[in-house]
Design a protein around this ligand. Structure first.
Ligand code: HEM
Length: 438
C-alpha cells in the first residue's frame, strides 16, 4: 500500500520551521511568508507526485524552469478567453496570442513530465519498497500491470500548490488582523502540546478543534478558487426558475455563498467560533461551504491540502509569535486580492517572527514608584505565574546583589500561565523603560 505521505508533510514543515528559526535569530529579519508557503506546498506536492523537490535550491535549472512553468500555467488558467463565452469570437485567441501561449506552456509541461517519467523508469529499483514510492511510481506500476495508458494530470501541480499556499497565506493574514483569534489558537496549540521543542505531528492535531475552525473560517472568507472551476451543462435544465441551456458555461460563486447573510450570521466578520459545535464541513456535502467544489468532480486533494495546512499552521503559531514590521498593526494589512483563477494576496505577507518560549527572564528597571504600582497591579491582574520545572516558592534563591541598589542576584525566571507573549510584550513595553527576554 502506498504510504499516506504523512512523513513528507512533516519533514517539509520541519524544514520550514528550521528556516523561520534561523531567520528569527536576527532581530531585524523580516520573512516573506507568501514565498515561504509557495515553497512549502510546491516541495510537498512535487515530492509526493514526482519523488523529489523542484525548487531553486534543490532543483537547479529544472527547478527554476518548473516554477516558472507553474506560474505561467496559473496565469493562463485565470485569463479570460473570450471564445469561451462568445463562441463565434473564438478566432480572437489566434490573434491575441492566447492560443499560442497555451499550446507552448502545455507542451513545455508535457516535456517536463515526460522527463520525470523517463527518470522514474530508469530507476525502477524502488519498486519493491512501498515506503519509497511516489505517486508516479504507483501509476507506472499500474500501467505495467494493465498495459493501459494512465495520464499524469499536469493541472494537479497548479491545482495543488497555488490553492494550498493561498489558504495558508489568508489564514496567517486573518490571524494577524484578529489578535483575539491568534491568541486563542496559540493557547489551544500550546495548551495541547505544551512547550514541546520538537515538531507538532499529525497525531497532535486530532484534539485541535479551534485550529480546524480557523481553517474552515479562512476557506469560507477567502476561498482560494472563488468561482471554483468552470463547468458546462450537458443538457437543458431548470435551476430556481431559470432555464439553462445545454452547453452553457456555469460558474459557481463560492465566495458569495460564504458571505450570504441567509446562510451565515454576521458573514463579513472573521469568527472561527461559528464552526465549533456545528457539523458543517468542506467536503462537498454542505453547500454553504464548498471551497473544494462538490459532486463527482469535487477536488480530490481535500484531505491532503488540509493536512498540509493544519500541520503548517499549528507549528507556526506554536513555535513563534508574529508581528508586522515597523510596528504596523493588523488593520494596516493590505487585503487586495489578485485577479485570476486563484485569489491570493496581491502583496506578499511579510512578517517578523520571534521564537516563543514559555520560560522567560525578565529584567526590570522601573521609572518611579507610581509606575511600579501600575506594573504590579497589571502583572498580577492579567497573568498567572509559576516557577519553571515544577519548582515551588521555597526553591527561589533570594540572594541580593551587593552594591548601591540591592536587586536580586539571580534573574527572576518565571512561566506565564495561559497568556500570549504579545500581551506581555505590549504591556512591558508600555510600563518599563528597559526590559529583556531570553
Ligand atoms: C486548499 C487547497 C485546495 C482547494 C481550495 C482546492 C479547490 C479545488 C476546486 C474548487 C476544484 C474544482 C472542483 C469542482 O469544480 O467541483 C478542484 C479540483 C481539483 N483539485 Fe483541488 N483544491 C485544493 C488542493 C488540491 C491539492 C493539494 C491537490 C492535489 C495534490 C488538488 C488537486 C485537484 C485536481 C486534480 C482537481 C481536478 C479534479 C477534476 O477536474 O475532476 N487540489 N480543487
Amino acid at each position: 500500500m502506498l504510504r499516506s505521505f504523512r512523513s513528507v508533510r512533516e519533514e517539509e514543515t520541519k524544514s520550514m520551521i528550521r528556516y523561520i528559526n534561523d531567520s528569527s535569530s536576527s532581530s531585524s529579519s523580516v520573512l516573506n511568508l507568501s514565498e515561504m508557503f509557495v515553497r512549502l506546498t510546491n516541495d510537498v506536492v512535487c515530492r509526493v507526485a514526482l519523488g523529489r523537490k523542484y525548487n531553486d535550491g534543490d532543483g537547479g535549472e529544472s527547478g527554476r524552469m518548473f516554477k516558472k512553468l507553474l506560474g505561467d500555467l496559473t496565469d493562463l488558467l485565470g485569463t479570460v478567453n473570450i471564445g469561451d463565452y462568445i463562441p463565434w469570437l473564438s478566432w480572437l485567441s489566434h490573434i491575441n496570442g492566447l492560443g499560442a501561449k497555451l499550446d507552448k506552456v502545455a507542451k513545455q509541461l508535457d516535456d517536463f513530465i515526460d522527463t520525470a517519467v523517463q527518470e522514474h523508469m530508469n530507476h525502477s529499483s524502488k519498486s519493491g519498497d512501498d515506503d519509497q514510492k511516489d505517486f508516479l511510481d504507483v501509476l507506472l506500476a499500474i500501467q505495467k500491470e494493465n498495459l493501459a495508458g494512465i495520464p499524469i494530470d499536469k493541472d494537479m501541480f497548479a491545482a495543488g500548490t497555488d490553492t494550498t499556499y493561498t489558504a495558508l497565506e489568508w489564514a496567517m493574514t486573518e490571524l494577524l488582523r484578529h489578535f483575539r483569534v491568534m491568541n486563542k489558537l496559540q493557547n489551544e496549540v500550546r495548551g495541547i502540546v505544551g512547550n514541546k521543542r520538537d515538531m507538532i505531528t499529525e497525531d497532535d492535531l486530532v484534539e485541535m478543534h479551534y485550529l480546524k475552525a480557523v481553517t474552515k473560517e479562512t476557506l469560507r472568507f477567502h476561498p482560494p478558487l472563488p468561482l471554483l472551476f468552470p463547468r458546462m451543462s450537458i443538457r437543458d435544465v431548470e435551476v430556481n426558475g431559470y432555464n439553462i441551456k445545454a452547453n452553457t458555461h456555469v460558474f459557481i460563486n463560492a465566495w458569495q455563498i460564504g458571505r450570504d447573510p441567509k446562510l451565515y450570521n454576521k458573514p463579513e466578520e472573521y469568527e472561527p467560533e461559528r464552526f465549533l459545535n456545528n457539523g458543517i464541513d468542506y467536503k462537498g456535502n454542505d453547500f454553504e461551504l464548498i471551497p473544494f467544489g462538490a459532486g463527482r468532480r469535487v477536488c480530490p486533494g481535500i484531505q491532503f491540502a488540509m493536512a498540509v495546512n493544519e500541520i503548517a499552521l499549528a507549528n507556526i503559531v506554536h513555535k513563534f509569535d508574529w508581528a508586522l514590521p515597523d510596528e504596523a498593526s493588523g488593520e494596516d494589512l493590505d487585503m487586495t486580492e489578485t485577479t485570476g483563477l486563484t485569489a491570493h494576496k496581491k502583496y506578499p505577507l511579510v512578517l517578523l517572527p520571534r521564537y516563543y518560549s514559555t520560560i522567560r527572564t525578565v529584567k526590570i528597571l522601573c521609572v518611579n514608584a507610581n509606575v511600579t504600582e501600575i506594573a504590579l497591579v497589571n502583572i498580577v491582574h492579567k497573568f498567572d505565574w509559576k516557577l519553571p520545572g515544577g519548582a515551588t516558592n521555597k526553591d527561589l534563591d533570594v540572594t541580593e546583589a551587593t552594591g548601591l541598589t540591592m536587586h536580586r542576584k539571580y534573574p527572576l525566571k518565571s512561566v506565564v500561565v495561559s497568556v500570549n507573549a504579545n500581551v506581555l510584550n505590549w504591556f512591558l513595553g508600555k510600563y518599563f523603560v528597559f526590559w529583556e527576554f531570553d
